[in-house]
Design a protein around this ligand. Structure first.
Ligand code: APR
Ligand code: PHB
Length: 395
């Protein structure tokens, strides 16, 4: 097979939010980079994911120059609601965190903005690359190889950024003795739908009911996203829209039914829930970031926000290396990132455990959840702890 060779400073594997954000920050700083992804732009933009951004993520997108449409179309939220035992309780995020808010803006739109920006900047992205592989990252001269259109390609580089998600090739290329994984798989999934109807409430509602968890979210003032907890072996085909709406109503307090506008869904899928962390996040010249290194269950909407904080640390470290000739940020990257990741893992696990009904939970366990929810909404200390985690811990 024919072989071509190019050179760049940073070869980024994966064109999701992590890879795109890192690529844009590097490009803006004049640091040459190439992104390689195994699928194409259209495929990436068809993935439906969460859409709640912490202020740190918003600031980083602004710094990258990708925030324009987000500020125009995104929705700023000052609170969330917790629903249980037939009532809804508002958690005033803004008041409890000295004025912080979250931005509701879909990951799909954010990815589109970053892709458009990259295209406009002229930086190289290779889509539909086959057999992508990080090579020699434990040595001085790493390189990435891939095949495309019957030609083998090699990218020589200083660093490889493994931004290739949970199923990517970077983490799995690390010898097993050099990496430790921590994992919890939850015994249920989330069935989610998108519908072209105004949201039931202008803020998100997280509901716990004895039949299971439900979440009312949104993508805009006219497009809603709803989820219900389902058994892991349920199939999307088994859930008609009608059955979904019936079950959602069952799990929401009656006062929410009135404003619930139902209709035909245009997307419906089931996602499993998992907590996962791989340590460390650096292997010589290979740096993992985002879903490639960690997964959270979606209950606290931390996945994308953790990807953003990883990229904050990784970009700063690479900039210091190239512009100030300092290795300190690169050396500290893994431990700095993991410190924040584990706190978000804890929060996501806690919120998942509190809001879901586990198949093996005893009447005592149920009472504990009930008592904790009552405490959460009646104690300012407890509400503050939820609020400060939800809006995002400092970087
Ligand atoms: N070779 C090349 N590219 C790959 C490979 C591979 N072997 N495997 C995966 N990829 C690409 C995928 O096609 C995808 O475009 O890497 C990209 C990874 O993107 P994401 O999965 O979106 O991961 P990340 O950018 O870290 O985004 C984190 O996504 O899942 C959510 O909760 C998560 O919101 C968070 C965000
Ligand atoms: C979503 O809108 O998809 C969403 C919002 C909040 C979450 C999870 C998902 O906690």
């Amino acid at each position: 097979m024919q072989l071509t060779t190019t050179r760049t400073k940073v070869a980024i594997i994966g064109s999701g939010p992590s890879g795109l954000l890192l690529g844009q920050l590097l490009t803006n700083a004049g640091i040459d980079n190439i992104i390689v992804d195994r699928v194409d732009r259209k495929y990436i933009l068809e993935r439906i994911r969460a859409g709640v951004l912490e202020e740190g993520a918003v600031a980083l997108l602004d710094e990258a120059g990708a925030g324009k449409r987000m500020h125009k179309e995104g929705l700023l939220h000052d609170g969330i609601a917790l629903a249980f035992s037939g009532h809804t309780h508002r958690i005033d995020l803004h008041a409890l965190t000295n004025g912080k808010r979250v931005m509701v803006y879909g990951q799909t739109e954010l990815t589109r903005d970053l892709m458009d920006l990259r295209e406009a900047s002229g930086a190289t992205t290779i889509y539909n690359a086959e057999n992508v592989l990080p090579n020699d990252f434990s040595e001085e001269k790493p390189y990435v190889t891939y095949d495309k259109d019957g030609i083998s390609h090699r990218i020589d580089c200083d660093f490889i950024a493994g931004c290739d998600g949970y199923h990517g090739v970077c983490r799995s290329s690390v010898p097993s003795h050099a990496i430790t994984s921590y994992e919890r798989v939850y015994p249920f999934g989330w069935l989610g739908i998108l519908v072209e109807k105004p949201p039931v409430s202008h803020e998100l509602i997280y509901a716990r009911h004895q039949r299971g968890f439900a979440l009312c979210s949104m993508r805009s003032n006219t497009r809603s996203r709803y989820y219900i907890q389902v058994p892991l072996d349920d199939k999307v085909e088994d859930w008609s829209d009608e059955a979904f709406w019936r079950e959602l109503k069952n799990r929401l307090p009656e006062q929410a039914h009135e404003n619930l506008q139902t209709g035909a869904s245009f997307e419906k899928s089931i996602a499993p829930l998992r907590s996962f962390v791989a340590e460390p996040m650096r292997f010589g010249k290979l740096f993992l970031a985002g879903d490639a290194a960690h997964i959270v269950p979606p209950t606290g909407a931390k996945g994308l926000n953790l990807a953003a904080s990883d990229i904050r640390y990784l970009f700063d470290a690479m900039r210091d290396f190239y512009l100030d000739k300092s290795d300190a940020g690169l050396d500290a990257y893994s431990s700095r990132a993991l410190l924040r990741i584990w706190k978000a893992e804890r929060f996501s696990w806690w919120m998942t455990s509190l809001m879901h009904v586990f198949p093996d939970s005893s009447p005592f366990d149920q009472k504990m959840c009930q008592a904790e929810l009552e405490y959460l909404v009646s104690s300012e200390a407890a509400s503050t702890s939820l609020a400060e985690n939800y809006v995002g811990l400092p970087y």
